[in-house]
Design a protein around this ligand. Sequence first.
Ligand code: SF4
Length: 347
Amino acid sequence: MKDIRDIHFTELESFLQENGEKRFRAKQIWTWLWKRGAGSFDEMTDLSVALRTKLQENFTFHRAEIAGEVQSKDKTTKFLLQFHDGKMVEGVLIPSKDRVTACLSTQIGCPLHCAFCATGTMGFIRNLHYSEVVDEYILLNNRAQEIYNQHITNIVFMGMGEPLLNFDNMMTAIDILTGKDYFGLSPARITLSTAGIIKGIKALADRGFRCGLAISLHSADPTVRGQIMPVTEGNPLHELQSALVYYHQKTGERITIEYLLLSKVNDSEKAAEQLAKFCRPFPVKINIIEYNSTPDSLFHKSDPTRRQRFIDILERCNMVVNIRQSKGQDIAAACGQLVKNQLRIDN
Ligand code: SF4
């Protein structure tokens, strides 16, 4: 049986017609699925019981579930989300003064093996279907209202996985999240983060991508980046730089550069100069992220003096620099710490 959320609108219309139902019912069902975020046919209360039974007999409805959650001292909440096949990802809600940001996953595990990332150690299990990505949003948005009394205001695709290696599902999910006839979220409040998949960045540019784009760069030195991010081998830095120039030319958008400062790996004065040079051809905002160690970390946090010197050099080169405070460190929900077996349900 097909999943109801894996069929086209026209297919649903034909099904209804073949079953003696009015075509406008398709719009009603679609609204339940992609605007109201229904979790079952039973929730579609403006459909007759007979139609709901017919739908149940002909389609499955694979809805994700929250399998666990844990809250940090700083109120960041990490969730374990389980899909119909039992596979799981993590999602995080990060509250701040006037917003609640959801950090969502795009794949189960990740094939890229960045040396500093706990998720990379899981290996790759499978891509998320677009309906599963949307489920992450629906489930976490419901919980955001219960926990913080506020809707999700921003989404960052910075959880498990590399979104541009799950391109088609991600584009459909984003279309559903932002479409006027769907959830209607503002693209300006969604950021997709990539480790630098050149082909995907060019495809986003050609598509006129309207959400924010962040590059997890972490080094502008080809040798160092190759050591900490094996993705560099097939996506060399000079080609990545050209792809970002192309992206900016096509979209007119500023690009966010994410840079995790690792002690004595990528935090030298030379590394700062290389970063400034890499970013010169297009407008950027550079987010400097403090490293959070996991129990078996190979890396360490950069010390405050080295960090300040690094930032001073970037600012002297007229770069816009923000220091990103990682949240949820005590529950392993911070950057680079998302890995399924670290969710401890202890409250
Ligand atoms: S940092 Fe991102 S791209 Fe790299 S291994 Fe972790 S999840 Fe994958």
